[in-house]
Design a protein around this ligand. Structure first.
Ligand SMILES: Cc1cc2nc3c(=O)[nH]c(=O)nc-3n(C[C@H](O)[C@H](O)[C@H](O)COP(=O)(O)O)c2cc1C
Length: 378
């Protein structure tokens, strides 16, 4: 069992959310083996303790695509965030801005782009899925550009959706799902009032704006299922590269050859990720995949990593293995569900403190000082 602030927020989120939403966040695909590996492999990596090195002026600052950030951490794109907390995307974006880190909005957000960007001063990042409906992709990219989005995160590990059996058990999908969801909401009155009633509209804001009609939660799985595009290849990404002037990050890389292809393609960054164990169950953890990918492409593009990060110590481990920036998925979503914007801010403060302790005791004064020498068994 991993003990961390994420663990406490996970418990609080479980108590607050109707089960269909908690399990949608918490679960992985098929037997959830990769989901477990992500946290377990990371926790196994031993940090090397160093002492008496005068660590008084330690800095966690970083620069990504010419912009300074206070921590080497970004928020990963998470669909349906506005179902876990009232207008959740806005709350998460505000928390990220306050703590000086990037927020990435998911394609399948509840709030549309145009609701989030006016609530923050700094530009946000936007995540796009490869979808059959290229008209939607073009439309949403144009709107992202118009709203001042700087960085595009292009997710490529979902040409088909992995089956998440937990969702069928929990009432997210499966028989009598709609009735079960209403029943569960009634048993979670705090969520039912705060998000269920006052957090409306509950639709996929970016898609509704494009289609000109509301896309309800029930349509979510159907629309996505119909629209994922298994025919996608690197060639299809070229028009996006031409269309998007800003930095482009490819999310969902787990193999050295794919990382090299991303460099050849001209990507500005990759996210080493298995989608938090929600896609191909059985693949290796991000922690295991990262070192050889970093050996192959470090310096050619920015290396981001997610899947399994639950503590500031995990961030330090990932940076020492070669990542430039860590990304948080469930970890921040649990905090958001439990306490909204304040929860995410508090969580990021805890990451900050944990990183400072870990860096002080590994002898790294800046994130550039973190490398394999900071670890024992890699
Ligand atoms: C509830 C949930 C929804 C997600 N939705 C998206 C999404 O819309 N787009 C995307 O690229 N990744 C999505 N992801 C994957 C995350 O961006 C990230 O890769 C993953 O959560 C990292 O693993 P972790 O949760 O163990 O940190 C989602 C993850 C979760 C838990």
């Amino acid at each position: 069992m991993i003990i961390s602030a994420s663990t406490d927020y996970r418990k609080a989120a479980k108590a607050k959310l109707p089960p269909f939403l908690f399990h949608y966040i918490d679960g992985g695909s098929y037997g959830e083996h990769t989901l477990r590996r992500n946290t377990e492999d990371l926790a196994e990596i031993a940090l090397k303790q160093r002492v008496l090195k005068n660590m008084s002026d330690l800095s966690l600052e970083t620069e990504i695509f010419g912009e300074k950030f206070d921590l080497p951490i970004a928020l990963s794109p998470v669909g349906l965030t506005g179902m876990y907390a009232r207008r959740g995307e806005v709350q998460a974006a505000k928390a990220a801005e306050k703590k000086g880190i990037p927020f990435t909005m998911s394609t399948v957000s509840v709030c549309p782009i145009e609701e989030v960007t006016p609530a923050i001063q700094r530009p946000m990042w936007f995540q796009l899925y490869v979808l059959k409906d290229r008209g939607f992709m073009r439309n949403v990219l144009e709107r992202a550009k118009a709203a001042g989005v700087t960085t595009l995160v292009f997710t490529v590990d979902m040409p088909v959706p992995g089956a998440r059996y937990r969702d069928m058990h929990s009432g997210m999908s499966g028989p009598n799902a709609a009735a079960r969801r209403v029943f569960q909401a009634m048993r979670h009155p705090e969520w039912a009032f705060d998000v269920g009633l006052f957090g409306k509209p509950h639709d996929l804001g970016n898609i509704s704006t494009y289609r000109g009609e509301p896309t309800k939660l029930e349509d979510y799985i159907g629309w996505l299922g119909e629209n994922f595009d298994p025919s996608i290849s690197w060639k299809d990404l070229e028009w996006i590269r031409d269309f998007w002037d800003g930095p482009m990050i490819i999310k969902g890389i787990l193999d050295v050859e794919d990382a090299k292809d991303a460099v050849k393609f001209g990507a500005d960054g990759i996210v080493v990720s298995n989608h938090g164990g929600r896609q191909l169950d059985g693949v290796m953890s991000s922690a295991k995949a990262l070192p050889s990918i970093a050996d192959a492409v470090k310096g050619d593009l920015k290396i981001f990593v997610d899947s399994g990060i639950r503590t500031g110590l995990d961030v330090v481990r990932m940076l020492a293995m070669g990542a430039d920036c860590a990304m948080l998925g469930r970890s921040y979503i649990y905090a958001l569900a439990a306490q909204g914007q304040a929860g995410v801010e508090n969580l990021l403060d805890l990451y900050d403190k944990e990183m400072r302790v870990a860096m002080t005791l590994t002898g790294a004064k800046s994130i550039q000082d973190l490398n394999r020498d900071s670890l024992v068994n890699i």
